[in-house]
Design a protein around this ligand. Structure first.
Ligand code: PMP
Length: 307
């Protein structure tokens, strides 16, 4: 199937035409900030729902602020870009998008001109069925006073890239990263949750993690309201991983992706756990709008554009 067109600085262009100058800070230093977000097609409603778009736009602006980018566009402009790319591609299927703000100027201190593009793509679920075999990486999560993970910039992902390549070379699916204090931080592009002694536990936002929108969705709403389980936010030690009953990664891209072993220690009975399975189903029904609760999280992008 043909690639989707990319929305770039106000125009829909083919992938091959979406180019950046080699001397731009964006290309040379990876001076960009981005969001990975999804829109879910609901056949019954004839609608493509963008999930928590406002929260992604707010985080993009926070990243731009921390990077001292000049910001020539408003939240409404970003909204229009996302709508335009979905409408322009006549998307009637699940879409994952990279929403990227970059610096087109040259030099380490360049803060402008800022460009924006939205790159839609098909992205299947990370792991169907079996669950991930993870390891604890010997690479340490970059820290807030070095390259803060709270700031969602492309360059940050080199830390996760090193850890991923090491994990793959050692025969694992994915690494988990510890922070400089030696506590569990997160996955390379997803937040970590575990179940221990009947409780859901996740690291605090000061553990060198991204302030994940999916994490908030689970903690503030889905776990307490749909599963009747609160989430404990606290530091997690490495050895707790090995005796956890269940664990999963979550994120806009990862959705809810079960973990079945860590450093070859099977979690629980080594299969996807029951709480993880319930959460996965509840989450997927909410994002797609099969479950109509929390309508404020779903933006009906398709109908808005067409009517
Ligand atoms: N941590 C990192 C480093 C990520 O890249 C992501 C994906 N954006 C997450 C966590 C999960 O964040 P969210 O739920 O907002 O997608």
């Amino acid at each position: 199937m043909a690639d989707f067109k990319i929305w770039m600085n106000g125009r829909l262009v083919l992938q091959a035409e979406a180019v950046l100058p080699v001397n731009s800070a964006a290309v040379f230093y990876a001076t960009n900030v981005f969001e990975g977000l999804r829109a879910y097609w609901n056949e019954r409603d004839g609608e493509l729902y963008g999930f928590r778009l406002a929260d992604h736009f707010a985080r993009l602006r926070e990243s731009m602020k921390m990077m001292r980018f000049t910001v020539p566009y408003s939240v409404d402009d970003v909204f229009e870009a996302v709508r335009a790319v979905l409408a322009g591609n006549e998307a009637r299927e699940d879409i994952h998008m990279h929403l990227v703000a970059y610096v087109g100027g040259a030099g380490l201190d360049a803060t402008s001109p800022t460009g924006l593009y939205v790159n839609p793509r098909r992205r299947p679920r990370v792991e169907e069925g079996g669950g991930l075999k993870c390891c604890v990486s010997s690479w340490v999560r970059t820290s807030d006073n070095a390259i803060p993970i709270r700031l969602k910039c492309g360059a940050n992902y080199q830390n996760g890239r090193l850890a991923t390549l090491q994990a793959r070379a050692d025969g694992y699916d994915q690494p988990l990263l510890l922070n400089k204090e030696g506590h569990v931080a997160e996955g390379t592009g997803a937040t970590f949750f575990m179940v221990r002694k009947g409780r859901l536990v996740t690291p605090p936002i000061t553990a060198d993690i991204l302030e994940s929108i999916t994490r908030t969705t689970l903690m503030d709403a889905i776990c307490p309201e749909l599963l009747g389980m609160g989430v404990v936010e606290r530091e997690i030690d490495r050895t707790e991983l090995y005796v956890a009953d269940e664990a999963f990664l979550c994120g806009s891209g990862y959705e809810i992706t079960p973990i079945v072993s860590i450093d070859r220690f099977p979690l629980g009975d080594g299969k996807v756990g029951p709480i993880t399975n319930r959460l996965l189903r509840a989450y997927m029904d909410i994002v797609r709008g099969v479950d109509k609760r929390f309508p404020e999280w779903r933006t009906p992008t398709y109908r808005t554009v067409r009517v």
